[in-house]
Write a protein of this length. Structure first.
Length: 218
């Protein structure tokens, strides 16, 4: 895509405060990403990210998973809602639901997630405390394509910070969060510009496999 191409339509899924959503909204507004957020969907009614979407004039939807009898029926309605906005990329920004293979395969190659660890280390929850407990010297964040394996899809970009003596899960999380707001818009920008794609279970940037893209911050 060129700078004059139509903006890439996005749908962003959230469950919480939506700080990564805000970083994406801001980057789109500044034209740092050639994309537009067409809709935001939360599975939690108390997600502050819904207010962020309202403030930006973006359609915001609550789809409470507790109102559905099972995971798949929730996902089918979620798919219907997402597809009504015809996105070319679906962005998980703190969406705290484990997704079935059926859902993931419906969006294969156009579904990305951000995970607060240096994948493949510390998949799953409580990553910051687990990194401290393991004596890790560094910790960070990864953006990856989503596959049916939990937090196991091909990594697109990572960023790292040192784990400092005396770090708590909260202090480490705050430093990692600042990196999230940098690398998630970057990854979306690559996709919007046609530089990033998933092929044969590999993330490709400019048609070259991404073994590891990592920006280190002191």
């Amino acid at each position: 895509m060129t700078a004059t191409s139509s903006p890439l339509p996005l749908v962003v899924l959230i469950s919480g405060s939506g700080s990564n959503l805000q970083a994406i909204i801001d980057a789109c507004a500044k034209r740092e990403i050639n994309a537009e957020v067409r809709a935001v969907v939360s599975n939690r009614p108390d997600a502050y990210g819904l207010e962020r979407a309202h403030a930006a004039g973006i359609p915001a939807h609550l789809l409470d998973h507790r109102n559905f009898q099972d995971r798949r029926s929730f996902e089918m309605e979620l798919e219907r809602l997402i597809d009504s906005y015809t996105p070319r990329l679906v962005v998980l920004a703190g969406f705290m639901r484990i997704l079935t293979a059926e859902f993931v395969n419906h969006y294969v190659g156009r579904l990305i997630n951000i995970h607060p660890s240096l994948l493949p280390n510390f998949q799953g929850l409580n990553t910051h405390q687990r990194a401290i407990d393991a004596g890790a010297s560094e910790h960070g964040v990864s953006v990856h394509f989503v596959t049916p394996e939990l937090d196991g899809g091909p990594v697109i970009i990572r960023a790292a910070v040192p784990v400092l003596a005396g770090d708590s899960a909260q202090t480490l999380a705050q430093r990692v969060l600042s990196l999230e707001h940098i690398i998630y818009p970057k990854a979306i920008s690559w996709f919007a510009d046609g530089r990033l794609r998933l092929k044969d279970s590999q993330a490709l940037l400019d048609n070259q496999p991404i073994a590891q893209l990592e920006k280190r911050f002191a």
